[in-house]
Design a protein around this ligand. Structure first.
Ligand code: KG4
Ligand code: ZN
Length: 341
């Protein structure tokens, strides 16, 4: 039997410091995530400089804990994997510098991973028997990308946001409504008490043939609605605003996902990224998809939000393909989704 490949993964692209140990791309021995959400809460969003400094403080203890939980030590690690983009440049650099130090000391391969591709790959950890063709919507704080994964695991980008990412819109509207940070979970839970049909917010690009998204108009519509109501002395029902705003986002995503699945003749739709935790998106998509016998899958919450297990998991493919990096590797804050998984 060939020796198992035990990869230590590091993720620091935004406000989660994470380290994980994954065997052969699928078996997660440890996945430690230290969220900085509390630290950024009072600013209503991630402050890049604060995020970098906190990553620097947390990275070594988080790596150490992941090794302890995995019941292993550095001498047993086959390769080091790290997120090289997209993300906040300063935050990414902390992860890469740590990964390079480990590569140098241990003399093992260094593997660079695209954060967005790793979000998609989280589904393959959750469902080891998953096979293409697949449609996947990657929805996070920084991205909204709809992709097609062909039989050979190649990725075709069908559409993406032309302005704000879905998570960004959730966070901005949450801040505007004083609901706290991160905004997605806050709006998701408050929306459960509201009427999603109370206010008809625009569903941008829903009728367009394109698979692109646009959310800035929706954001403006919500802000205008609340501002005008306040000016006119009309009391707004915040749960109704939250539910109607969320429905406007979800409707467009569900519509485009189902259309893409039909066009590409896929019977499985995947969700990935932090916003894939949204309960309304999950429920509505599953209900609509069931009508046409399309299956909807998404990773468990721990694998949906930023985590290093998805980084170490996808890195196994890079390891098999011999795609390694040298000590001169750099990060790319705007790294685009690649061509294959
Ligand atoms: O993937 P992720 O953890 O980090 C990025 O790579 O951006 O996604 C974070 C985003 C945040 O904008 C957060 O508000 C959003 O995911 N989010 C949600 C939910 N849980 C997290 N958005 C909507 N509904 C949720 N339940
Ligand atoms: Zn992410």
């Amino acid at each position: 039997m060939s020796k198992e490949v035990k990869i230590l993964g590091i993720e620091t692209s935004c406000d989660e410091t994470s380290a994980a140990v994954v065997v052969d791309g699928r078996q997660v021995l440890a996945n430690v995530v230290s969220s900085q959400a509390e630290l950024h809460k009072k600013f209503g969003g991630v402050v890049p400089e604060i995020a970098s400094r906190r990553h620097l403080e947390l990275i070594n203890p988080v790596i150490k804990e992941s090794l302890i939980l995995a019941g292993t030590d550095l001498s047993q690690i086959t390769a080091i994997a790290v997120t090289i983009g997209p993300g906040l440049v300063g935050a990414l650099l902390i992860g890469l510098a740590s990964a390079k130090a480990l590569k140098y000391v241990l003399n093992v391969p260094l593997l660079g991973v695209n954060h967005l591709e790793a979000h998609i790959y989280a589904n393959f950890i959750e469902y080891p028997d998953l096979s293409p063709p697949l449609i996947c919507l990657v929805v996070s704080g920084g991205h909204t990308v709809l992709v097609f994964i062909d039989d050979d695991f190649s990725i075709e980008v069908l559409g993406q946001t032309l302005d704000d990412a879905a998570g960004e819109a959730f966070d901005k509207i949450s801040r505007f409504l004083d609901l706290g940070y991160p905004g997605g979970p806050a709006i998701d839970s408050l929306a459960k008490e509201g009427d999603s049909e109370a206010i008809q917010f625009p569903r941008a690009m829903i009728d367009r043939k394109s698979y692109d998204f646009s959310l800035s108009g929706l954001k403006t519509a919500v802000i205008n609605y609340v501002t005008e109501s306040n000016e006119n002395g009309v009391t707004i029902n915040v749960p109704d605003v939250a539910a109607s705003f969320q429905a406007a986002i979800v409707d467009v995503q569900v519509d485009k996902l189902l259309r893409a699945a039909r066009e590409k003749q896929c019977n499985t739709i995947l969700l990935a990224g932090g916003v894939a935790s949204n309960s309304s998106l999950r429920i509505n998509l599953a209900q609509q998809a069931a009508k046409t016998c399309i299956k909807v899958l998404y990773p468990s919450t721990a694998l949906c939000t930023d985590n290093a297990a998805m980084i170490a998991g996808l890195a196994y493919k890079h390891y098999q393909d011999g795609k390694t990096l040298g000590l001169d590797a750099n990060v790319d804050a705007r790294l685009a989704i690649g061509s294959s998984l």
